[in-house]
Design a protein around this ligand. Structure first.
Ligand code: 13P
Ligand code: SF4
Length: 324
């Protein structure tokens, strides 16, 4: 049954493995109100894989990693898009849907990577390395994207870097993603010093301890983790790639070295897999809640706007990525 025709009561079955029944009444009123508001406003909700299960499984219409959200944002047939994720994701949705209203429920939902670099930093890098193309992670502001040749996500970074056909690229702003990609290609990568505050906290010692405590556990890591962590993992990939890995390989026991809610959301689909859950929470993703999604739809807030001086150039960098 599509979510828009459901009611909170009919949705509980989807999430009963990760939301105790005693907590459900705290969610059901907001869920019913959001489902009604979506119909009223011809709105869709795009939710990132790090959103909590009551958002991800009960009110979202489209879910995925940054790449999937960008791709699917282009096909949305609605007047209003609510982005349940962080601000750069809402900006990307707006770049690809200039004629639609895009809402972010909390303007404070930022990202330590996006905050690590400005448009003038990119211009300085271009001056330092003349002629070297700039590949910018989507976890950046539209102003930074506008200074770039092409964007990438963790799901397509290698393909994007290699698509340029140059011996060197500048890859901004995630140092660890850049180093993890450099390990897989002959292209020389010039990196920046940005880090994700969630993934930089994982260490190789964490993995060794987990393997000792849970013999046979399969370890999946996000490529925003330090290279030494990725080196100790069984597989590294975007949030969607980790989720696909669990679906394809059905490991008996798995640990996802990434944000906490990922495990809950994937566990809902795979009751046969045992998830070990070290928890590093993204405080920005967690600013999005059912009450503020409801308020966003009811009060039309917060409308995402992009400076027209940067929008066309930023869109070009995103569209060029989507064409790879
Ligand atoms: P994905 O593109 O893999 O979903 O990652 C986005 C993100 O913010 C990870 O921290
Ligand atoms: Fe940014 Fe890291 Fe949060 Fe992803 S998990 S939104 S990269 S701070």
């Amino acid at each position: 049954m599509p979510i828009s025709l459901s009611t909170a009561a009919s949705l509980y079955d989807r999430v009963r493995r990760v939301i105790p029944s005693i907590e459900w009444p705290a969610f059901s009123d907001d869920i019913d109100a959001i489902l009604a508001l979506k119909r009223e406003r011809n709105a869709v909700i795009l939710a990132h894989n790090y959103q909590t299960p009551e958002i991800f499984h009960c009110v979202a219409d489209i879910v995925g990693d940054s790449l999937a959200l960008a791709r699917k944002a282009m096909t949305v047939d609605a007047d209003v898009i609510v982005l349940a994720g962080v601000h750069f994701m809402a900006e990307t949705a707006k770049l690809l849907n200039p004629g639609k209203t895009v809402l972010i429920p909390d303007l404070g939902a930022g990202c330590s990577l996006a905050d690590s670099i400005t448009a003038s930093d990119v211009r300085l890098m271009r001056q330092r390395y003349p002629g070297v193309p700039v590949v910018t992670y989507v976890n950046t502001s539209a102003a930074v994207k506008a200074e770039s040749d092409i964007c990438c996500t963790s799901g397509n970074a290698l393909a994007v870097v290699e698509s340029l056909g140059t011996p060197r690229v500048i890859m901004l702003p995630d140092e660890y993603l850049a180093r993890n990609i450099a390990a897989q290609t002959k292209v020389e990568i010039i990196a920046w010093k940005g880090h994700c505050e969630v993934h930089e906290r994982f260490t190789p010692a964490d993995i060794r301890e987990l393997r000792e405590a849970h013999p046979g556990v399969t370890v999946l890591a996000h490529p925003e983790c330090p290279p030494e962590v990725v080196a100790e993992a069984d597989f590294a990939g975007s949030t969607a790639a980790m989720s696909d890995y669990v679906g394809r390989h059905k490991p008996r026991r798995v640990v996802l070295m990434t944000e906490c809610s990922m495990s809950d959301n994937v566990a809902v689909e795979h009751p046969e897999v045992d998830f070990v859950r070290p928890c590093n929470l993204c405080p920005h993703m967690k600013r999005i809640t059912l009450p503020n999604i409801r308020a966003a739809l009811k009060e039309n807030r917060h409308v995402v706007t992009i400076d027209p001086n940067v929008a066309d150039r930023a869109r070009r960098a995103v569209e060029r990525m989507l064409a790879v």
